[in-house]
Design a protein around this ligand. Structure first.
Ligand SMILES: [Cu+2]
Length: 310
């Protein structure tokens, strides 16, 4: 900014503001990264969770200098140009209108920030393997690993169950997955729209009836994570949650083999594993339950209108 219209006695406000902004921004960003950054949710439990935490930190580190610029200017103006300091009535600073430097600087800075964030955001959305978001039945961004464990997450009012197609398709309400193994969650629903949200894994995918919605992640830490329904799905939506566990690959293999054996009798009563099920409680025309165990099949009053003789 030019000093041409500023009296010689005036301090160089512009350079002072820039210096204060620079120092406060650097200090605030360093403090943020040291004190807050490591604790930003959803944490580091999986590849996709780490990615989400990293993105939050990048956004915050970029936003802080913008916030500081506004606050520094405001505080500086309140202190320097308040009328109780005496002197002549404040008449505003040097002209900004028509100032080519300010115009170019303003447009360049905002353009660079917005374009960088658009590019960065798009890249981060793609890697790794779609960032833990549901990609529909035919994912574009697939894992490099060829050892991918398939786990089906089935939402229904109001609980989650899980099927393991590579272990005979058994169904359980326990979500157990192995560490350091890429997992493909196949998310679907038997009734209304739910949303499978494995919070600490950074995985979130809509559960739609009749749809197979795939989301990938690779667990990186042992422990427990929360699973919540994140789509308002009826009266007990708020109670639709359980937890999952990341165990070592060998613990997983033995858990899965044991559970497959223990549930073998139940698994026989289930429909064969499929990537989605027709959400029809009557069962007679392809619903999730086979006719002989369908809890609704005797009444046949629920669901679509019945044909004659039904
Ligand atoms: Cu739900």
């Amino acid at each position: 900014m030019s000093d041409r219209e500023v009296p010689a006695s005036e301090p160089r406000h512009w350079w002072r503001l820039v210096a204060i902004w620079l120092v406060v921004s650097v200090v605030a960003d360093v403090l943020y990264l040291a004190l807050v950054g490591p604790h930003i949710p959803p944490g580091r439990m999986s590849s996709t969770a780490s990615g989400a935490s990293f993105d939050f930190n990048v956004l915050f580190v970029m936003a802080v200098p913008v916030l500081v610029a506004v606050w520094v200017y405001m505080v500086y103006a309140i202190v320097m140009w308040r009328s109780s300091r005496g002197g002549p009535e404040p008449a505003g600073g040097p002209d900004a209108r028509g100032h080519l430097g300010i115009q170019i600087g303003w447009i360049l800075t905002t353009t660079v920030i917005v374009l960088f964030l658009a590019g960065f955001g798009t890249y981060e959305l793609v890697q790794p393997e779609g960032s833990g978001g549901g990609q529909g039945p035919t994912p574009i961004w697939t894992p490099a690993s060829h050892h991918v464990l398939q786990v089906q997450a089935i939402g229904q009012q109001w609980k989650w169950t899980y099927r393991y197609p590579s272990f005979g398709g058994f169904e359980t309400n326990q979500l157990v997955i192995p560490e350091d193994t890429t997992v493909a969650f196949h998310v679907t629903s038997l009734d209304v729209i739910h949303d499978f949200w494995a919070y600490q894994l950074g995985v979130k995918a809509d559960a739609n009836p009749g749809q197979d919605n795939v989301a990938y992640t690779t667990p990186k830490q042992l422990g427990t994570f929360m699973v919540r329904c994140d789509e308002l799905c009826g009266l007990w939506h708020g109670a639709m949650y359980n937890s999952g566990t990341v165990v070592t690959p060998s613990e997983f293999e033995s858990w899965a083999a044991t559970t497959e054996r223990l549930l073998a009798a139940n698994t026989k009563l289930l429909p064969p594993f499929a990537y989605s099920y027709i959400p029809d409680a009557n069962g007679a025309d392809g619903g999730y339950y086979p006719d002989d165990v369908d809890p609704y099949s005797t009444a046949e009053t629920y669901g679509a209108p019945q044909s004659a003789g039904g």
